[in-house]
Design a protein around this ligand. Structure first.
Ligand code: AMP
Ligand code: ZN
Length: 433
């Protein structure tokens, strides 16, 4: 059974707990002594580094949320001198302001080590040619998989997204054996390949896919295998914890969270109480060694559970189940985070539109489509088709600029969309995955 870092990955659980405690203690002490943000947060919760005497004492520490990053935009949470930073990534889909993530060289190395371990657990190694079809740029997917792929010694093709026929040609010409992208894009590539007369299982060496950034199912894994002969692994991460990091292994039964790098909790989203393995709740992760922007008890907002029992692959780190939805109203459209509030923010910049809007999401083909219906103000009503079309296109452009993903706009007459007495339900998600 190949491992990237066998000693750590198969470490006895009690030794792992000791290591996690040592790292947490170091982290909490550093932050209490040197960061105004973390010091204040701990002081408000009445906890001091001396109160942390085992890893289970982590429950004494306060939670962090996406709003902590947003409120401290752009770099209020950076805990190292700016000269020590080597990279920024910026996450999409927030209420106006994006969240910025900063990295030191050690942060990049640790992230790459984590991706390397994960790739090896998916069977990707030195002999492989890995085509990375996640976006390269501010999004963490492309560079995250790229660095991890190079670390395991694979030959990496930085193909990025789009130009699907070219992607298929690359798979054939460069003898790609493994691919990393969103599940919906991979399904799209299977269709494009078929149209080009290419059967992945007969005409290419592609056998492994590492798919993530959006929810998908075991049924989709079976479909992918039947249609392409490719074994699809699940990869999970968020930009705040560095980027894509954790995958399922050869057992295809839950994603291992490298225990020396991150500590996983599942909490009740209402009470914040920690839940035992097997119970579903909100995924909460502490990255034990992050330097630039440490994340302690970060409430990721995804619903899952820690799986019970040991994994037959021999790795001792905990596994989490597939993510089964979110506790907040964030939508994932083509792998991009979209908050309805960000749509509202963009719409309201246009003086002719109201805040009455509805969002519908579809998946008719392989990719997600989003339709935003928005009411016009009474004085914006016009009989001019050209005028309406111009406004529609202008709004579509404004949304694309704000969200980094396209949406179709439908301009509606005043008072035509539903009104809500309680919490507005603006999203109708027609996707069945
Ligand atoms: P970002 O911060 O842009 O990297 O987005 C992170 C979010 O994408 C997560 O909190 C999840 O909601 C979603 N996500 C990432 N990977 C997966 C996955 N494998 N399955 C389901 N959702 C995912
Ligand atoms: Zn395993």
């Amino acid at each position: 059974m190949p491992y990237y870092n066998e000693k750590i990955e198969t470490m006895p659980k009690d030794e792992l707990a000791k290591l996690q405690y040592q790292e947490l203690k170091k982290l909490v002490t550093r932050l209490y002594d040197s960061s105004v943000f973390y010091h204040t947060k701990m002081a408000e919760s009445g906890v001091k580094p001396a109160d942390i005497t085992s890893i289970t004492d982590i429950t004494k520490l306060p939670f962090m949320k996406k709003t902590d990053l947003r409120d401290n935009y752009p770099d209020g949470l950076v805990c190292v001198p700016h000269d020590d930073l080597v990279r920024y990534h910026v996450s999409s889909g927030t209420t106006g302001k994006p969240t910025v993530v900063a990295y030191t060289q050690n942060d990049i190395d640790l992230w790459s080590e984590c991706v390397a371990r994960s790739l090896v657990s998916c069977g990707v190694g030195k002999k492989d040619v890995l085509q990375v079809c996640y976006g390269y740029g501010l999004f963490t997917g492309g560079l995250g998989l790229h660095y991890g792929g190079e670390k395991v010694g694979a030959t990496v093709i930085p193909a990025s997204t789009g130009n699907s026929e070219r992607q298929i040609e690359l798979i054939q010409d460069l003898k790609t054996t493994a691919i990393a992208c969103t599940p919906s894009y991979f399904i799209h590539l299977i269709d494009v390949a078929k149209k080009m007369g290419v059967d992945f299982s007969k005409d290419t060496l592609l056998r492994t896919a590492v798919l993530g950034a959006e929810p998908w199912t075991d049924a989709m894994r079976r479909y992918i295998y039947a249609e392409s002969g490719v074994t699809a692994h699940n990869i999970f991460g968020t930009s705040e914890i560095s980027g894509p990091m954790f995958t399922d292994c050869s057992e295809l039964n839950g994603m291992h969270i490298c225990g020396d790098i991150a500590y996983t909790e599942i909490i009740d989203p209402k009470t914040g109480e920690q839940l035992p393995p097997g119970e579903k709740g909100e995924l909460t992760i502490t990255v034990l060694k992050k330097e630039a922007i440490p994340m302690i008890r970060y409430r990721i907002g995804d619903i899952t559970s820690i799986l019970e029992g040991d994994c037959a692959c021999g790795r001792t780190s905990p596994r989490i189940d597939r993510l089964q939805g979110r506790v907040d109203d964030m939508l994932i459209i083509r792998g991009i985070n979209v908050f309805p509030s960000a749509i509202e923010h963009a719409l309201l910049k246009n003086p002719y539109l109201t805040s009455h809007f509805m969002i519908e999401v579809f998946r008719t083909g392989p990719l997600d489509d989003m339709l935003v219906k928005v009411e016009l103000k009474p004085d914006a009503m016009t009989d001019s088709i050209n005028g309406l079309m111009e406004m529609q296109m202008r709004t579509e452009r404004a949304l694309r600029d704000a969200l980094n993903v396209s949406a179709k706009i439908e301009l509606c007459p005043p008072n035509s969309l539903p009104r809500f007495e309680g919490k507005a339900k603006r999203v109708i998600d027609h996707r069945v995955i």
